[in-house]
Design a protein around this ligand. Structure first.
Ligand code: ADP
Ligand code: MG
Length: 343
């Protein structure tokens, strides 16, 4: 199907067959051809056939992850399409980052209420800008009419046996987190009308919510250094809980060590704690490493140009304890992780 393939970054030229007779709205295949059919280099075959084809290098494992974004659940209808495209791919790349996998390609399943070209064009722009930044390509997908919903599957590669998993944490390991936590949740509270921020502060936390930066370089650099890792999508307490459960260990976290922005520092303590511990949508990496590898952790972070902070340690005693400044454990009962069927 190379005949219909546009040059990189360009939508296909309109042809006589672009619209069904008597209709002015583009059809399913018009949208695919104009906005999603781009040349591929890494995949042997991309958009246009029944399957995409990808080779897997010898000695590598394919890392596969899927994340769905549903309007009203994962994003607000007010979000700019470009930012939505960015975020849909970013949250998926964040999963590859957590596994220490190198991204290769992705697929997009898109459900749209209408064939709104301005919306799809913006979405594609955000999506391909991030794809280009990570040198990955869209290899296929599905397009249907329905409630607004984006489902991306990312494919990555990792040397066999070297993926970072949730299950490797050991007592004595130090617990680390990248970037800062809580701003995305703070932005959500502004949208909910619970918090008021000035314009510049709001734009800052809104960018954290709408334009998360997947920590792919850090994840790659942590292979062979971290014993366990996870990306923070549902809040620190809940996501750390997954590491603890899968590793059969406990942890102690010091609240005052949790990295946060100046904007979050200016909020009342209860709100600050909630955003830091149960925020969600952070897309930072949480990982464990023995103290002997502290220099290697810092080197990995410097190489990836991402700040990291040690926030506590893994313990043999099960359960999670979060300690306040005075070393007293906080009551975590009210800080449950986000759960789609309970929240
Ligand atoms: P099939 O009928 O075999 O399911 P479709 O008609 O759904 O195939 O899709 C036609 C081609 O367009 C396929 O190669 C599919 O991977 C691709 N495609 C469909 N929707 C998208 C999309 N949103 N993004 C990328 N590729 C897509
Ligand atoms: Mg189909």
């Amino acid at each position: 199907m190379t005949r219909h393939r546009p040059k990189a970054g360009e939508p296909s030229p309109q042809t006589a067959q672009d619209h069904a007779p008597g209709s002015t709205a583009p059809g399913e295949f018009d949208l695919i051809r104009r906005y999603f059919d781009r040349p591929v280099r890494r995949a042997a075959l991309g958009v246009g056939d029944d399957c995409a084809l990808l080779g897997v290098a010898p000695g590598m494992q394919l890392a596969v992850s899927t994340d769905m974004l549903v309007e009203g659940r994962h994003f607000l209808s007010t979000v700019e399409p470009r930012r939505l495209g960015h975020k849909a791919l970013a949250v998926n790349l964040s999963d590859l980052a957590a596994c220490g996998a190198r991204p290769l390609a992705f697929t997009l399943a898109l459900s749209l209420p209408r064939a709104d070209e301005a919306f799809v064009a913006g979405l594609a722009e955000g999506l391909f800008a991030l794809a280009q930044a990570h040198d990955i390509e869209l290899a296929g997908g599905d397009t249907t009419a329905g409630p607004l919903n984006l489902c991306i599957t990312v494919l990555g590669e990792v040397p066999a046996g070297q993926a970072l998993l949730r299950s490797g944490a050991c007592p004595g390991d130090e617990l680390w987190v990248s970037g800062t936590l809580g701003d995305a949740r703070l932005a959500l509270e502004v949208f909910r009308g619970r918090v008021a921020l000035d314009g510049a502060e709001f734009e800052q936390v809104r960018a954290a919510m709408e334009l998360p930066q997947p920590r792919v370089g850090l994840g790659l650099a942590l292979r062979g250094v971290a014993t366990a890792a996870i990306d923070l999508s549902d809040g620190l307490v809940g996501d750390l809980g997954h590491i603890l459960q899968r590793s059969g260990v406990g942890a102690e976290v010091e609240l005052h060590r949790l990295p946060h922005s100046e904007v979050l520092a200016g909020q009342p303590p209860a709100l600050r704690q909630e955003c830091l511990l149960a925020g969600g949508d952070d897309y930072e990496l949480l990982f464990c490493a023995p103290p002997a590898r502290r220099a290697a952790v810092l080197q990995a972070a410097a190489g990836a140009q991402v700040p990291v902070q040690c926030i506590g340690r893994i313990t043999a005693e099960p359960g999670l304890r979060v300690l306040d400044e005075a070393g007293r454990p906080l009551d975590l009962g009210r800080l449950q992780a986000f759960d789609h069927f309970k929240s």
